[in-house]
Design a protein around this ligand. Structure first.
Ligand code: HEC
Ligand code: HEC
Length: 299
């Protein structure tokens, strides 16, 4: 932090606390002279409802003082004033955080390790490994739910993990790789093809999953699907390619949507779904349990 911002934060913080002290002192001082008179403030509502200018109860004022004193002590002991480290020298980095993580790892590590040598498919299906699947489920609810949903059924742009339809493959190894290393599906923008070709392509793609479309457009789109290079990733028959995460366009499962309008958008703007890597965050043993849980959902 530069010296300027450091000073800025210190002045703002200390200034605010002093201003609060002054404000309370100022209202107290007024109280001494006017307490007994029971002045009205001059505000009147509904013809005769008046506001009295009575002093605050003393205990209430002391609560204000208490919070201000607490703030002063806190800021002296702990970091909070710019880059001042506080008299205790406490920090969330370094020892405390790392010690807690290490203690947790020593305590819980062996519980996860216990299942590391059992193959994912066995963990996912054998009745005696119910406990492992429960652990995988809890990990899923902590680390994966925000994107894939608590039931793993996903939403637009976030794939459903509970069905048998996969972008990157549904074998235990492929699922484990998806979780450990992350995935990035890149559908490039094809705006350069022009609106008419894109509309034809959208009609053709929509027709593949049985939607009613203009057959002349779909016929032209079928040509364009080959000449525009779509087959390079989605395959000649448009059934996709798990090596690239290119989805099957002939089924009724859609990552972004199967209406002509949304397909036009996908082709024009492109798409880039990102599944973050979790290997470094969670470690191999937890990824293993997660893979087992995810695999079990489609079995
Ligand atoms: C470089 C490879 C590549 C090319 C070329 C490509 N796509 Fe894609 N396409 C992908 C990938 C990968 C995805 C998934 C994107 C994601 O995961 O975010 C995708 C997604 C889509 C989707 C969305 C499917 C859904 O489930 O919502 C449609 C529709 C689509 N592509 C149509 C086309 C058409 C039409 C063309 C030709 C103009 C084309 N793609 C060319 C790789 C490609
Ligand atoms: C920040 C959002 C996000 C989080 C968090 C996340 N995912 Fe994903 N995940 C995605 C997206 C987006 C994709 C699709 C990538 C693509 O378009 O190719 C995906 C894809 C996947 C796939 C591949 C699906 C397929 O059809 O091949 C698996 C398996 C998966 N995620 C499991 C998990 C697990 C388990 C976790 C928790 C450890 C998790 N994800 C956390 C966003 C997320």
């Amino acid at each position: 932090m530069s010296a300027f911002w450091n000073g800025w934060i210190i002045i703002l913080t200390v200034g605010n606390i002093l201003a609060c002290f002054w404000l309370i002192w100022w209202t107290m001082r007024k109280r001494a002279g006017e307490a007994s008179s029971g002045d009205v403030t001059g505000h009147v509502w509904d013809e005769n409802l008046q506001e009295y200018n009575n002093p605050l109860p003393r205990w209430w004022l002391f609560m204000f003082y208490f919070t201000l004193i607490f703030a002063a002590i806190y800021l002296a002991l702990y970091p909070g004033l710019g880059s001042f480290k506080g008299l205790l020298g406490w920090s969330s980095h370094g020892s405390q955080y790392e010690n807690e993580m290490k203690a947790a790892e020593e305590k819980y590590g062996p519980i996860y390790k216990k299942f590391a040598s059992v193959p994912v498919a066995a963990l996912a299906t054998k009745p005696e490994y119910g406990e492992a699947r429960e652990m995988g489920k809890r990990l899923f609810l902590t680390y994966c739910m925000q994107c894939h949903g608590s039931d793993a059924r996903g939403s637009r742009g976030f794939p459903n993990l509970a069905d048998k339809d996969w972008l990157w493959g549904g074998s235990p190894e492929q699922i484990q790789t998806s979780i450990a290393n992350g995935r990035n599906g890149v559908m490039p923008s094809h705006a350069h093809l022009g609106e008419e070709t894109i509309a034809n392509l959208a009609a053709y793609v929509a027709s593949l999953s049985g939607r009613e479309v203009d057959s002349a457009k779909a016929e032209a789109g079928k040509q364009a699907f080959t000449t525009s290079g779509c087959i390079g990733c989605h395959g000649v028959d448009a059934t996709g390619n798990p090596m690239l995460g290119a989805p099957d366009l002939t089924d009724k499962t859609w990552l972004y949507g199967g209406s002509e309008g949304i397909i036009r958008q996908t082709i024009t703007k492109g798409r880039s779904g990102k599944m973050p890597a979790h290997k470094d965050l969670l470690g191999d043993d937890k990824v293993h349990l997660l893979a087992a849980y995810v695999y079990s959902l489609s079995q």
